[in-house]
Write a protein that binds this ligand. Structure first.
Ligand code: EPZ
Length: 422
């Protein structure tokens, strides 16, 4: 298994280019199932998760090819049997979102219930209820959702009891080809939702209101092909911004959309990090003080502070000048990085969904273990700001969501390398 070896203490300086968003790319790939014409996605990240999704789509009969590095072509001309087996779904929750498009295209499907990062129970009840409201009969049999839409998908009024990114996207993916109008209330407002709606509209769908809490979809009978650019990855951009806050330095973060990270910039200003909006695609982070100030944070659905940046923020707080309270409201078990950060000398106490981080003047290098995707990168950030050498084990988690992490950090001046072990 590979590991990452980091000698901490270097400031980060220079420019870093952000890739397309993993969490958008995965749902855009699922959207390709809705049309028999080709979909071309540009600004596509090349990650373990996108490769895994490509594998599942190929199994479902989609012709998937990578073109010139950052472009992916998906052509679902004729689909195979609508069966998504456990082995191709268990590793990643986003794969479950093929169920709606398969039902829309083929009227029936059998899809394994999903796996994903171990950050909480993460059921799919809201996904299933939304599909049932659209006329789908679903039986849960031996870990599979066995679904049939005998009269085709029907437009429906769907009120989500709480905000779910995946359920909003899933309902959207199913409703575009349903008969009649669907209205989603209390929909998620994440930029990835808007990105999916824009792609679907480019394919001929009639979606309005994406980015607000009410999304209206007028079903159409078929969708065409389209070319769509994947929205920049706000979580990758935020991760580099927080890495600079931890290590000090001056970095231009390019090819991102700073407007998608308002809640992060607010917190970064609260900890005395310099955030300069250069233009619509570029933000500059300047960290002059060796230690940031401490500030509290609470995760919320968009436009609140993203849960996918909570671990990275905690890594920064480990060396802050003071104590901070970090409250996780989206997932019930998303502090697995806390004990690992403690190995580097951090002082963290977790009580349920709240962590108290007392900033230390220095952290020291140590062997640490990655647990989930965002937790792993928080360990990298802490190790970059620690004195001495750290080894991050189980780095396959990082490969799920950060393309070229060591290359990008090395180019900024970090002493980081991947050691391949057989
Ligand atoms: C998406 O997960 C992202 N994943 C997550 O990123 C992200 O943390 C999360 O949204 C919140 O922003 C992808 O887009 C692939 P939810 P998702 O449905 O859609 C509960 C990463 O690191 N819930 O908004 O699964 C759920 O358990 C990943 O890139 C139900 O109870 O998140 C959670 O507590 C991790 N029933 C809350 O809702 C349901 O049917 C929000 O989950 C669905 C969700």
């Amino acid at each position: 298994m590979d590991k990452i070896v980091i000698n901490g203490g270097n400031a980060l300086n220079g420019q870093v280019r952000i890739n397309g968003a993993k969490n958008s790319a995965l749902k855009l790939m699922a959207a390709a199932l809705l049309s028999d014409a080709p979909i071309t996605l540009t600004n596509m990240p090349d990650l373990a998760d996108t490769r895994f999704m490509a594998h599942l789509l190929a199994h479902l009969g989609v012709d998937v090819s990578r073109e010139n590095g950052t472009q992916m072509r998906l052509h679902a001309k004729a689909l195979a049997a609508p069966f998504a087996p456990y082995d191709l779904v268990r590793k990643m929750r986003a794969t479950f979102n093929v169920l709606g498009p398969l039902l829309a295209r083929q009227g029936h499907a059998r899809v394994s219930l999903p796996g994903g990062c171990a950050i909480g129970a993460r059921p799919v009840d809201l996904h299933l209820k939304a599909l049932e409201a659209m006329g789908v009969q679903i039986d849960l049999q031996e870990g599979y959702a066995v679904a049939n839409a005998p009269k085709g998908l029907q437009g429906a009024q769907i009120n989500f009891p709480f905000v779910s990114v995946g359920a909003t996207e899933h309902a959207l993916l199913a409703a575009v080809l349903a008969k009649g109008e669907t209205v989603l209330e209390n929909a998620a407002r994440e930029p990835e939702i808007t990105d999916l709606a824009n792609c679907l509209n480019a394919m001929g769908a009639k979606v309005t209101g994406a980015g607000s809490a009410t999304i209206t979809i007028k079903g159409v009978s078929s969708l065409a092909g389209a070319t769509h650019r994947v929205v920049p990855d706000r979580i990758e951009a935020g991760t580099y911004a927080l890495a600079v806050a931890a290590t000090g330095g001056d970095v231009l973060i390019e090819n991102c959309d700073p407007a998608h990270l308002g809640a992060l910039w607010d917190r970064m200003r609260a900890i005395d990090s310099g955030v300069e909006h250069v233009d619509a695609q570029t933000v500059r982070i300047i960290q002059k003080n060796d230690r940031c100030a401490a500030a509290d944070v609470e995760t919320q659905a968009y436009p609140g502070f993203p849960t996918d940046l909570q671990a990275q923020f905690m890594a920064v707080m480990c060396r802050a000048n003071g104590a901070s309270i970090i409250r996780e409201t989206i997932f019930e078990n998303r502090f697995m990085h806390a004990p690992e950060l403690s190995r580097l000398g951090a002082d963290i106490t977790v009580h349920g969904r709240e962590a108290i981080v007392r900033g230390m003047p220095t952290l020291h290098g140590a062997p640490i273990m990655a647990t989930d995707l965002r937790a792993s990168v928080s360990l990298v950030i802490a190790a970059l700001s620690a004195k001495g050498q750290s080894e991050v084990n189980r780095v396959y988690h990082l490969d799920r969501g950060f393309e070229g992490l060591e290359r990008k950090l090395s180019a900024l001046g970090a002493d980081i390398k991947r050691v391949r072990e057989t």
